[in-house]
Structure formats: structure tokens, C-alpha cells
Design a protein around this ligand. Structure first.
Ligand code: ATP
Length: 336
């Protein structure tokens, strides 16, 4: 039986992950291994994650997680998200964005593939000049740039997409983004059936908002992908409508792209569809070992799209008045 580690996270995490789990339970036979982590757990125990948390996740086939807070002020702790990313070497952050009539700003059908392990997130920061100067190192390596480019081209081939665009700022960061682009075009040579081109990050942000279907697959260094993902989510119409996959060679973690949304936590109105889309991405990924799971993942995504396109049950972030539970119940009827 498939084993899925589940980290509910903070804020609206338990509500939306709870909804996603009811959908999964209706679709597949799986064992769910709950892992406690985050702000609430830290306040109760002084630990950011339960002690055998990583071990539990290692026993599972994949991880489904909600947003886990890392407080910026006050008592804080090392990021659980970063720990998982590093522990399982989840190098590809993959986020598909698809538009809905009457909800989205414009048409979009784009996958952002973001390098997840280096760039400005390399963790190398130092204070110099007695506190007067702070320096962060942005690390770009050929190895990791080629690995993420290869992932993007393979994804395009697998999904029947025909263009991969590398995002950069080479006009300023000549050496580091130069290396990223050089690596990208080298990998592109091995994929002659896919069109390879590139765009400067600021122009790409403008084009995402201004032009219908501006991009197909985008491959980016770490920070650009982070920011462009939120731009794309804005174009889709809500952070609550987008899911993501963080993928490594042997393991992957799936989560909605939004944060803890403390402003609406506990009110029963959070949009659970980002978490459901993350679950469908998980089933599709697990489908590499069992094609039936892939089929279920694809039909789950279709059910989400159908629900939103036909406005069967929408939470307030999408202009509706349905509760989280009503959205999940409607979806359960669609998938059964
Ligand atoms: P964090 O600090 O954890 O990133 P945040 O509140 O800064 O949290 P988000 O949690 O992503 O950032 O929320 C941004 C806004 O979007 C908030 O107003 C929040 O209520 C709304 N939002 C985010 N996710 C959802 C959702 N699933 N359903 C409805 N609204 C959402």
C-alpha cells in the first residue's frame, strides 16, 4: 500500500490538508503518516518538528504538506521547509498555472520549473565592516543549472508541451546568469523537438501579466522562480488555486503555494483547491510506479477545473460564498 507522510502545517494548513485527505481517501488506498511540525508544535514543545519526523517521512512514498510557518520576529527556529528540501535534495520546484474564465486576469497555461537548491538561497550570508555591510552569495553552478534544465525539457516532452524559456538577468549578472544560460542551451541541444529560448526576468513578469499564453514552460534560477510564481498565481486569480511539487531523484513533496493565511485561519472559508491540486500532482508523480495513480491524478485535476469553470462551489477568495467543507463535498461528488 502507498504510504503518504502528511504535515498539516500552520494557519489554514489543517483545514485545507484535511479536505485534500478526504479526497485522497475516496480515490486511493493509502496509509497516512502524520508528522507534527510548525509554529503551534514549536510553542507546545520547543521543537520545530517532532524528533522522528524526518524518519517518518523517509518511510513514506511521498510527502503532502500544508504551509509551515517560520516566524521572522520573536522566538524563531530553522525553517522546516528548508530542512526537508535539503534532507531529500528536492532540486526541482514545479508549479503549473492554468486560467479559469471569469476568474483569471488572462489566459495562462504555464509550468514554472524553479531551481530549488542554490542561487540566492544558498544560505551563504555574512556581515562585514562591523555591521555596516551585509553580503549574500548567489551561487550558480553548471551542474545544477544543467540538472534543472534537463528536468524542464523532459517535463515539456512528457506533457506534450513545445517550448522551454530560460529566465535570467544576464544583462546585469553576466557571469552567474551567463553560466545558467550557457548550461540551458547546452542541454537544449539534446532536445531538438522542443523550442528553446530565453527572457529577461523583469520583461517576463510584465509579459505574464500583459499577454495571453505568454509562456509554455519557464525554467528559472531560485529567486526569479519564487517571484514569478506569485505573479502567475495572481494571473490565475488566487493563491488558493495553485499547487506545487518539489521533486528530487527518489522523493517528492507536494504543497499548495500559498502561506499560512492566518487572517482567515479557523473560519472554515479557506480555499482547499491548492492543496487538492498538490494532491493531484502527487498522484501523477506516484504514477511513475503505478499508472492507475497517474490516471487518478489527471482526473482529479480535471474535476477541480470542472468545479471552478462551472462555479459549482467557490470560496470567497474566488468571489463565491462556499465554505471549505462545501467545496470538498462538491468535489467528492465529482470524483466519485
Ligand atoms: P505566510 O507568512 O505564511 O507566507 P501570508 O499571509 O503572508 O502567509 P499567504 O498565506 O500566502 O501569505 O496569504 C496571502 C493572502 O492570500 C492572505 O490574505 C490570505 O488570506 C490569502 N490566501 C492565501 N491562501 C488562501 C487560500 N487557500 N484561500 C483563501 N485565501 C487565501
Amino acid at each position: 500500500m502507498i504510504k503518504i507522510a502528511v504535515m498539516e502545517g500552520d494557519g489554514i494548513g489543517p483545514e485545507i490538508i484535511g479536505g485534500a485527505i478526504s479526497i485522497l481517501e475516496s480515490l486511493i488506498e493509502a496509509e497516512f503518516l502524520y508528522v507534527k511540525a510548525g509554529k503551534r508544535y514549536f510553542h507546545e514543545t520547543g521543537l520545530p518538528m517532532e524528533e522522528n519526523g524526518i524518519q517518518k517521512i523517509k518511510e513514506a512514498d511521498a510527502l503532502l504538506k500544508g504551509p509551515v510557518a517560520t516566524p521572522i520576529r520573536g522566538k524563531t527556529y530553522p525553517s522546516v521547509n528548508l530542512r526537508i528540501r535539503r534532507e531529500f535534495n528536492l532540486y526541482a520546484n514545479v508549479r503549473p498555472f492554468r486560467s479559469y474564465k471569469g476568474i483569471s486576469l488572462r489566459e495562462i497555461d504555464t509550468v514554472i520549473v524553479r531551481e530549488n537548491t542554490e542561487g540566492l538561497y544558498s544560505g551563504i550570508e555574512e556581515v562585514k565592516g562591523g555591521g555596516e555591510k551585509a553580503v549574500a552569495s548567489r551561487v550558480i553552478t553548471r551542474d545544477k543549472s544543467e540538472r534543472i534544465s534537463e528536468y524542464a525539457f523532459k517535463l515539456a516532452e512528457r506533457e506534450g508541451r513545445n517550448r522551454v524559456t530560460a529566465i535570467h538577468k544576464r544583462n546585469v549578472l553576466k557571469v552567474s546568469d551567463g553560466l545558467f544560460l550557457e548550461s540551458f542551451y547546452r542541454v537544449a541541444e539534446g532536445h531538438p523537438n522542443i523550442v528553446a529560448d530565453d527572457a529577461i526576468v523583469d520583461a517576463a513578469a510584465y509579459k505574464l501579466v500583459k499577454v495571453d499564453k505568454a509562456f509554455d514552460v519557464m525554467v528559472t534560477p531560485n529567486l526569479y522562480g519564487d517571484i514569478l510564481s506569485d505573479v502567475a498565481a495572481g494571473v490565475v486569480g488566487s493563491l488558493g488555486l495553485c499547487g506545487s511539487a518539489q521533486i528530487g531523484d527518489d522523493f517528492a513533496a507536494f504543497e499548495p503555494i500559498h502561506g499560512t493565511a492566518e487572517d482567515i485561519a479557523g473560519k472554515g472559508i479557506a480555499n482547499p483547491l491548492g492543496a487538492v491540486i498538490a494532491s493531484s500532482l502527487m498522484l501523477i508523480w506516484l504514477g511513475e510506479r503505478d499508472p492507475l495513480l497517474r490516471e487518478k491524478g489527471i482526473s482529479l485535476r480535471k474535476a477541480v477545473d470542472d468545479l471552478v469553470d462551472r462555479r459549482l462551489a467557490l470560496t470567497p477568495d474566488l468571489g463565491g460564498s462556499s465554505t471549505t467543507a462545501e467545496v470538498i463535498n462538491t468535489l467528492l461528488k465529482l470524483v466519485s
